[in-house]
Design a protein around this ligand. Structure first.
Ligand SMILES: [Zn+2]
Length: 387
């Protein structure tokens, strides 16, 4: 099976599916592949029609099965020193190099390679293939796929997200919010500061407040939480503003994020910043000019994966891997969105997150083989009706 998977992986890597680009060529190829095996695909597209999620079911359609979830998009390669073409699978020793090999086209290739075998005999429990777009930019694609899932008896019973965990079972991750704050001040000549409102200076005050809040959360770390770091963390990622050194800046925009430990009151956290803006900063800005404003929008929101001791997804992944414990992961995934939709989810997939998003990303043959073994056991379990 790994030989077939590697051939498929070679095809998948060759599609440049950086999140900013269309994934339709890849999705079309997968749909054709499935069609060649008599399996129908359902696509849910983005509003522009340039990207799509793919969902397909193998086995009986009248009952809920196991979702095998992977994202088709990859992160950019610009500015990275690759030793080979990132969009051509290159084998050196035990390693297969290429963008997305670990994160997470390797898993998708294994799932697709399983299809012919899965069709050989009847499945008591169906397997659902769920391949999304725009995961890397804040899990923007998969909500449409989740929204199209059937209710009732045919609703999938659990989801396995094949993000690279080295085949460890992960039952928790942080939740993420990506935010964009726009400060509008008032332009004036720099020689007359009292006639203007400096948007950059105002943005700096908000950023300083975010820094104070971040320090509080760091001080209230929960070492028992298994997370690294064991607290809700913040980052200011980009900032842009102003037109020239001798003009009081009218506009300033910055992008920031926080990654919250499951169970954190995220709205309280947002309110802290909002309160500083409305009660402290804005009155001062408006005294300078009445049109001054501060707007914050949520660019993406990924709920946390909350550990659930009764999760059938975790129980199945542990059974299939033989793992006696579950771990937490530092990165976010689509698992929290499935869980929030009432579908228990667990993360378990081949490859290492340490090489993901890096130049010379790779997956080892051994990890592909371990992933294939896992899926073989899942298939046997599905044939037996979950016994
Ligand atoms: Zn990923």
């Amino acid at each position: 099976m790994t030989t077939a998977a590697i051939a498929i992986l070679e095809r998948l890597v060759a599609f440049d599916t950086i999140s900013a680009k269309s994934n339709l060529d890849l999705v079309g190829w997968v749909a054709d592949y499935l069609d060649g095996h008599g399996v129908e695909s359902a696509l849910t597209r983005n509003p522009e029609g340039t990207k799509a999620n793919l969902f397909a079911t193998i086995g009986p359609g009248d009952r809920g099965g196991v979702i095998l979830s992977g994202h088709t998009d990859v992160v950019p390669v610009e500015g990275q020193a690759w030793h080979s073409d990132p969009f051509r699978l290159e084998t050196r020793d035990d390693r297969l190099y290429g963008r997305g090999t670990a994160d997470m086209k390797g898993f998708i290739a294994l799932v697709l390679a399983l299809v012919p075998q899965a069709l050989e005999r009847t499945l008591e429990i169906p397997l659902h293939l769920a391949f999304s777009y725009d995961e890397e930019v804040g899990c923007l694609g998969v909500p449409a796929l989740i929204g199209s899932l059937p209710e009732g008896a045919a609703r999938p019973r659990l989801a396995i997200i094949g993000e690279p965990t080295g085949m460890q079972v992960a039952n928790a991750h942080k939740g993420i919010q990506f935010l964009r704050t726009r400060v509008t001040g008032h332009e004036a000549h720099s020689s007359t500061p009292e006639r203007g409102v400096n948007a950059i200076a105002a943005a700096a005050e908000i950023i300083a407040e975010i820094g104070r809040v971040a320090a509080e959360y760091r001080a209230a770390a929960r070492p028992d939480s298994d997370f690294d770091p064991p607290y809700t963390s913040f980052n200011i990622g980009t900032i842009a503003g102003g037109a020239a050194v001798n003009i009081i800046a009218r506009d300033c925009t910055f992008d920031w994020e926080f990654r919250a430990i499951p169970g954190e009151d995220v709205s309280a956290l947002r309110q802290r910043i909002e309160q500083f803006v409305t009660a402290d900063l804005l009155p001062r800005l408006r005294a300078g000019h009445p049109s001054a404003k501060v707007e914050t929008e949520t660019a993406a929101l990924v709920p946390p994966l909350v550990p659930d001791p009764a999760s059938p997804a975790e129980a199945l992944a542990r059974r299939l891997t033989g793992a006696t414990t579950a771990t937490t992961i530092a990165f976010a995934s689509e698992a929290g969105l499935f869980q929030a939709a009432g579908i228990p989810a667990v993360i378990c997939g081949p490859g290492s997150i340490d090489v993901a998003h890096q130049p010379d990303e790779f997956i080892t043959r051994a990890q592909l083989a371990a992933g294939a073994d896992f899926l073989d056991r899942l298939l046997a379990w599905a044939r037996r009706g979950g016994e």
